[in-house]
Design a protein around this ligand. Structure first.
Ligand SMILES: [Zn+2]
Length: 269
């Protein structure tokens, strides 16, 4: 499942292409057809990202909601004549003005709906703060974790605690702060929780910028200058055989039904 940096990057990239322009909206597959009709031809004011959710603010006053889930994918076409939609295109957005033509197709999302702003607010109210948003309140996440007897590895994946962190960032955050994934939230020092938040902000911002996850400091790798960091080298513990820093074999533990990678040397119980 994409983590928050991917969602924010989509909002930014697609927003640059579509915001402020009238957009033809349809649903070649049909499942979004009734909603699409209500906004077809409206101006898209803004695409907003919140955790793993996207919100489309339309000039009609309604707000579209998309959650990609495991299988959702966008495709962008920047040609005069977009290709005939192939497969199950749930939502299709096409510019209709004289600017550069853009068609964006959405396939396979978990959610694709349209409703009043209240519905968007209700979804956001269930989410914890998102480290990528300027309006995020870190204390909301820190207090939740500090009061919980649940494992911190599970709390970091819980979107109602902190929005946008997924399995890769979870493992890397815990490694960098030397915390075992099964340590109860309330046994973590508040100072550590605050620095985990700050690291999450830095990591996720870097992810938006690079449009991929790279959590390592490239100075710790033996890489020729300017060479792109290969995917298997881009993390300290996630999907690695050995810890990048100490060479200890990486272990895994199931926390919140997802495999969490950790270094037993750096992250003692
Ligand atoms: Zn280690």
């Amino acid at each position: 499942m994409p983590e928050g940096h991917t969602i924010h990057r989509i909002a930014r990239d697609h927003g640059r292409l579509l915001a402020g322009r009238p957009v033809a909206v349809d649903s070649p597959q049909g499942r979004f057809a009734a909603d699409a009709e209500r906004i077809d031809g409206a101006v898209l004011d803004e695409i907003e990202a919140y955790g793993k959710h996207l919100f489309y603010w339309w000039s009609t006053g309604e707000v579209g909601h998309v959650h990609l889930g495991l299988f959702g994918k966008y495709r962008v076409h920047r040609t005069d004549e977009p290709p005939l939609p192939k497969g199950a295109v749930r939502m299709r957005l096409r510019t209709t003005d004289d600017g550069d033509p853009v068609t964006i197709e959405l396939r396979g999302p978990t959610a694709c709906t349209l409703g009043p702003p209240d519905e968007r607010d209700a979804i956001v109210a269930r989410l914890g703060p998102d480290p990528l948003r300027a309006d995020a309140d870190p204390d909301a996440a820190i207090d939740r974790i500090a009061r919980s007897r649940a494992a911190i590895g599970g709390l970091l994946l819980d979107q109602s605690v902190i929005a946008g962190v997924g399995n890769v960032y979870r493992a890397e955050l815990l490694f960098l702060h030397g915390i075992h994934p099964e340590r109860p939230g309330r046994d973590c020092r508040p100072d550590d929780l605050r620095s985990i938040w700050e690291t999450a902000v830095t990591m996720l911002r870097a992810g938006v910028k690079a449009n991929r996850i790279v959590t390592v400091d490239r100075n710790e790798l033996d890489l020729p200058k300017g060479k792109r960091i290969p995917r298997r080298e881009a993390t300290y513990v996630y999907q690695r055989d050995r810890c990048l820093r100490c060479g200890t074999p990486i272990r895994t533990v199931e926390v919140a039904n997802r495999t969490c990678y950790y270094c037993p040397e750096h992250q003692a119980r």
